[in-house]
Design a protein around this ligand. Structure first.
Ligand code: NIG
Ligand code: FE
Length: 417
């Protein structure tokens, strides 16, 4: 269907010339058009500009459109891109949440068989159908909250059967939603209990058994490793990344969440699309990232939920780096996929400007999942994935009004959700 939206108070994050990402100072610029229109044809953005421009071509646009929406002074921005999530999981872990309140650390809980391995146990005994239903509910919830693209990781299976189960669920989700989904193989999320004393044995299984099937069935776009203290070493990470790359999977790394693990350097060395978490980032890591195409991605939900160190986002942007934002939606360290809240946290806790946070959660997070040529901004030819806000006074109101719902409706590929 072709349609028009007219009388938009502010059309936010417009690009006359598309960029794949924005870096440093450029992140504080958020181009917008006040009193604007938007024209959608077959699910793509095929026209936009000021109402003045629209009035000059009014007859032409009216004749091409089968529907006209009067935005009535509401604003429009592109949907959020959530470039790091684990929304395919079974059950929940609120008991550990209570343990954390009582003073146990994330590492302590993991050592007692909780943490990731708790979710592994629950997922292994959940059927593919049930897992799909649980995960689809979460996906539809985050779409209502304005997410139009999401990367989803495996990593709660930790054996061939269950890792494949997760990736097949992600594939089925791709087939049944208008949201853009990218799948990441994270078999190296933890070591399964059976391989507690044979870590290399598990890595062999991952490389020699799981990866060839995943590649043959085209089940993943990316490969990820939890490269951190107590999880995968940089040497183990290198081995897994090399194998993934051989099978055509680009790396995305969990790095430096718990310590200065060397994960950022390994990610950059292997051309990772993004390095994520990166709470422990100092000058060496910033320098390394400056010479790369890798997107530093911060996950404010996890740092908030676990009360951890905050990634130095301000310092990275001031040094000229791009920064992306993602939810890390998962049952252990960030049981929320609300990107509006993530954008607020970026401003409040990380001192990012609203413009920087919105860039980080749209165009830069689209880059971090390899879709910024089609999503992440209002630009000609891009997918018509956009949010119509409630009546708000300015885009700064979005992060300011933290925890409130400023969204009136969400369109994906031109279809209202
Ligand atoms: O991104 N850091 C590693 N993995 C997840 C946590 C997963 C879990 O606790 O279940 C994360 O925070
Ligand atoms: Fe994660």
């Amino acid at each position: 269907m072709n349609f028009l939206v007219i009388n938009i108070k502010e059309l936010i994050q417009v690009e006359q010339k598309s960029h794949l990402k924005v870096c440093g100072k450029q992140m504080s610029k958020l181009p917008s058009i006040k009193d604007a229109f938007l024209y959608v044809e077959s699910g793509r953005i095929m026209g936009f500009g000021s109402m003045k421009d629209f009035n000059l071509k009014r007859e032409r646009y009216y004749s091409m459109s089968s529907k006209i929406i009067d935005a009535n002074s509401k604003s429009i921005l592109p949907t959020w891109c959530d470039s790091h999530s684990h929304i395919v999981y079974a059950g929940s872990r609120e008991k550990e949440f209570v343990d954390k309140i009582k003073g146990f650390s994330y590492e302590e809980i993991a050592k007692r068989g909780g943490g990731i391995l708790n979710s592994v146990k629950q997922l292994q005994k959940t059927s593919e159908e049930d897992l799909y239903e649980q995960s689809m509910l979460r996906l539809n919830e985050v779409i209502k909250l304005g997410t139009g693209a999401i990367e989803i990781k495996s990593g709660y299976g930790l054996n061939t059967e269950s890792e494949l189960k997760m990736l097949r669920v992600i594939r089925k989700m791709k087939e049944n939603t208008c949201a853009k989904i990218k799948a990441t193989f994270l078999g190296a999320h933890a070591f399964p209990i059976e391989f507690k004393d044979d870590k290399e044995g598990y890595i062999d299984l991952l490389i020699n058994e799981m990866l060839p099937i995943i590649a043959a069935e085209d089940l993943a776009d990316f490969i990820d490793v939890f490269c951190d203290d107590g999880f995968y070493t940089t040497e183990q990470t290198e081995r897994i990344l090399m194998a993934g790359i051989k099978h055509g999977l680009r790396p995305k790394i969990h790095a430096n969440e718990l310590a200065k693990s060397g994960g950022i350097q390994v990610g950059v060395k292997y051309g990772a699309l993004s390095v994520d978490h990166i709470e422990y980032t100092s000058d060496d890591e910033i320098k390394c990232l400056l010479d790369s195409d890798t997107m530093p991605t911060i996950l404010p939900g996890a740092a908030f939920f676990l009360n951890m160190l905050l990634s130095p986002a301000r310092k990275m942007i001031d040094a000229g780096l791009p920064v992306a934002l993602a939810s890390d939606y998962n049952p252990g360290s960030s049981p929320s996929g609300n990107m509006n809240l993530i954008v607020s946290m970026a401003c409040i806790n990380y001192k990012m400007l609203p413009e920087e946070a919105i860039n980080a959660a749209t165009i830069n997070s689209a880059y971090a999942m390899g879709v910024s040529d089609k999503l992440g901004s209002i630009a000609l030819g891009k997918d018509a994935n956009f949010i119509i806000t409630k009546p708000i006074s300015s885009y700064e109101y979005i992060p300011y009004s933290f925890g409130n719902n400023v969204i009136e409706s969400v369109y994906l590929k031109g279809q209202v959700q």
